[in-house]
Design a protein around this ligand. Structure first.
Ligand code: OGA
Ligand code: MN
Length: 295
């Protein structure tokens, strides 16, 4: 299929350029202002988003309200399960950072959410998990603090046929409570468990827009429905190890002003903790779009 992603619409004064960063994940977008899109630009961004599952839009200068407005083009925004994650001025915009209550970099503050350092897909413990997440870099350490993304379409496609047949109709149980346990976080509260009780999702899901199949698993999974718990966990661990091999991974090395828009139905992601969190500030603005129940 010939790509039209890089052809500006005739008659538009768009300077948007879209360039793939790897064979199948991540397209870099430059020459665009997400707060003031020109005719044809949204359509080209969406096409690239569906093709590469992730957009890195460079050099943005976005107020919180502008990020929310752009995010809402993808659908209704989702509020986090954790009450302390509700943004103070804009509830749907949560600040991801390693800043403590005193406003200074603080390693234990970042480690407050160790789940981010494990492969996951956002909010898969919900009946209707996140479709898209947008993360906008405000402050970035001089080195490190990258985010890794693994492509679950490519990982699924590369499975042996026997494995595809074996997992075709399986469902994994995803659970906020188990997720907290898996990452060694503080235990889930009663209120959180009530808001996100365990839910079963297909282990192989079909993307609602592109029709492509993807593995759907990660740190929020507990076990596989209908098979012994430990056997299911072993299968999940084996699939996760396969799916996060280097050939399926894109590494986002953040620049200030980057906004990364990713598809949680297609990718797993995790943060890296390879910078001095007691010295450097890492701060990003995060908005999350609610998706459909996986099928
Ligand atoms: C997230 C997330 C990773 C990071 O915001 O959902 O997993 O690198 N962030 O901050
Ligand atoms: Mn995440």
């Amino acid at each position: 299929m010939p790509s039209t992603a890089n052809t500006p619409t005739r008659g538009s004064d768009s300077t948007l350029t879209i360039r793939p960063l790897t064979d199948f994940t991540a397209a870099e977008c430059t020459g665009v202002d997400l707060a003031a899109l020109r005719p044809g630009e949204w359509e080209r961004l969406v096409e690239a988003y569906h093709r590469y599952s992730l957009l890195v839009v460079r050099d943005q200068d976005l107020a919180k309200a502008a990020q929310i407005e752009f995010s809402e083009r993808f659908g209704d925004l989702e509020l986090p399960i954790r009450k302390d994650y509700l943004g103070k001025d804009y509830p749907a915009l949560h600040v991801v950072s390693n800043l403590g209550a005193d406003g200074k970099p603080n390693p234990t503050s970042a480690l407050d959410n160790p789940g981010n350092f494990f492969w996951h897909t956002d909010a898969s413990y919900m009946r209707k998990p996140a479709s898209t997440t947008l993360l906008y870099a405000i402050d970035i350490p001089p080195q490190g603090g990258d985010t890794l993304f693994a492509n679950m379409h490519a990982a699924y496609d590369a499975l042996p046929q026997a494995t595809k047949d074996r997992i075709e109709d399986l469902r994994a149980i995803h659970s906020w409570e188990q997720s907290r346990h898996n990452s060694g976080s503080r235990a889930a509260s009663k209120e959180e468990i009530a808001a996100a009780p365990p839910v079963a999702h297909p282990l192989v899901r079909t993307h609602p827009e592109t029709g492509r199949k993807a593995l759907y698993l990660g740190n929020h999974t507990s076990h596989i429905e209908g098979i012994p718990i430990e056997e299911g966990r072993a299968l999940l661990a084996e699939l996760l190890a396969h799916a996060t091999q280097p050939q399926f991974v894109y590494r986002q090395q953040w620049r200030q002003g980057d906004i990364v828009v990713w598809d949680n139905r297609s990718l797993l992601h995790k943060a890296t903790d390879d910078f001095d969190m007691g010295q450097f500030v890492r701060r990003l603005h995060r908005t999350v779009v609610q998706g459909d129940a996986p099928r």
